[in-house]
Write a protein that binds this ligand. Structure first.
Ligand code: GDP
Length: 435
């Protein structure tokens, strides 16, 4: 899906707007580069169109001054990486010099820009909003982020401007799309180079050029796959956090475009907060996941065994604990093919359809043996279940009182399903519905 970035100076109401957009969904990542910044990511949906939202509002914590350069960088990031930009301004303050700066940057951009004049909660404020025509960005939307009024019109226009998701063609056998994601320096490029040799990653150095995700087909070592290459931008970031943020933005796009995410972590650094963020980003997007613990050649085997390492990752990815973990080295070429093989397997699992009769034969006896606990003397009966014909594995269980089925039971069923059908590395959804 597409990426929408929210930009603007602090306190204009970006976060309120962001929270409204992702109301019914969790924020995917709360804090990205940890110590210094908060940046919010979430999935949103309007008129049936899904998109990711990034609140670029992060600023250096503990300092009230937000430097102009800081905001400028946020906007430049948004311009490079997002499909559409919402620029939020505050009617109670009018146009500030910083708004003018931002508008100047945005005027040069050909991507859809939406000027949102916030805190318009009365008729006289509507008139005050006229002034924002002076920003030279054309039509604006007024809204009151707090009450949510006006946001509907803005969202209607916004989703119309977003590119349609490509519907996969039914008859075409689709190659698995693999995205290699992870923090800078984990060894992603080395991995890709080791696998595909002379067809090296093509890297552009031209600032401001964005290449959309590109699927590059490969047929190597008996595997056929598309590599999701979103490394269009490799611009030298001046600030370390910017580099991290670029990598996150790139990851967001790559993940969304993929079937399976190969999450590469640096064994010498361990599985850290940002690795965890990327992991949940892939999980929330219902992508297949394989974790590669790379640079394993550098790890003293006495001090850190695979068992210990795995345990730590399992703790940080609980309760999704059946993701394949592979210890690799791009230098010694250790288990690189195994990594590819595993990614193919995860992809096949994710596309698998379990025939309904078989599914019922397997699951109904399990449910009969351990039914959902009765609530207020009412027994919950499940008589029928099936896998839905969806792009990712989803299962529905038809019950007389689906509203009484609680999360622990749902988890129990999920665990059973994972155990029996071996859904390693594949997020699944389970629903209980009225029959
Ligand atoms: P990327 O930013 O994730 O694409 O990381 P790179 O592929 O550019 O690798 C970063 C650095 O780590 C380079 O100096 C690589 O040579 C080194 N590196 C990558 N993989 C391995 C590995 O398996 N073992 C060792 N020892 N070094 C590695």
């Amino acid at each position: 899906s597409s990426i929408v970035a929210i930009v603007g100076r602090p306190n204009v109401g970006k976060s309120t707007f962001f929270n409204r957009l992702i109301q019914r969904r969790e924020a995917i990542v709360d804090s990205v580069s940890g110590v210094t910044r908060d940046r919010n990511y979430g999935k949103s949906e309007w008129n049936g169109k899904e998109f990711s939202v990034i609140d670029t509002g992060g600023y250096i914590k503990g300092s009230d001054d937000v430097f102009e350069g800081e905001i400028r960088r946020q906007v430049e990031l948004a311009i490079d990486e997002a499909d559409a930009i919402v620029f939020v301004v505050d009617v109670t303050e009018g146009i500030t010099p910083m708004d003018e700066e931002v508008a100047k940057l945005l005027r040069k951009v050909t991507k859809p820009i939406f000027l949102a004049v916030n805190k318009v909660d009365s008729g006289s404020r509507e008139k005050d909003a006229f002034e924002f025509y002076n920003l030279g960005l054309g039509e604006y939307f007024t809204m009151a982020g707090m009450s949510g009024s006006g946001t509907g019109d803005l969202l209607d226009a916004l989703v119309l401007a977003l590119p349609d998701a490509q519907e996969p063609e039914e008859d075409v056998v689709e190659l698995p799309r693999f995205a290699v994601v992870g923090r800078p320096n984990a060894g992603k490029s080395s991995f890709i180079n080791a696998l595909i040799g002379e067809d090296r990653y093509i890297v552009t150095d031209i600032a401001g050029t964005t290449r959309d995700s590109i699927d590059t087909p490969y047929n190597r070592f008996g595997f056929e796959f598309n590599l999701v290459d979103t490394a269009g931008i490799r611009r030298k970031a001046k600030v370390k956090e910017d580099l991290e943020f670029y990598s996150v933005m790139r990851s967001v796009r790559a993940i969304e475009h993929s079937d399976v995410c190969i999450l590469m972590i640096d064994a010498t650094r361990g599985f850290e907060g940002q690795d965890q963020s990327i992991f949940w980003l892939a999980e929330k997007n219902r992508k297949g996941i394989v974790i590669l613990v790379n640079k394993w050649d550098l790890v003293e085997k006495e001090t850190m065994t695979t068992v210990q390492f795995e345990k730590k990752i399992r703790e940080m990815t609980a309760p999704f604990t059946d993701v394949p973990i592979i210890f690799t080295s791009t230098i010694t070429k250790q288990r690189l093919l195994k990594a590819l093989e595993t990614a193919v397997k995860v992809h096949e699992t994710r596309k698998r359809r379990i025939p309904t009769s078989k599914f019922n034969e397997t699951m109904l006896p399990i449910i009969e043996q351990t039914p959902p606990p009765a609530i207020k003397g009412k027994y919950i009966k499940i008589k029928y279940c099936m896998q839905l014909p969806t792009p990712t594995p989803q299962f529905v269980f038809f019950a007389n009182l689906p509203q009484y089925v609680k999360d622990p039971y749902k988890r129990y069923i999920e665990n059973k399903l994972r155990e029996i059908y071996d859904f390693n590395g594949v997020p699944i959804d389970i629903y209980f519905r009225q029959k």
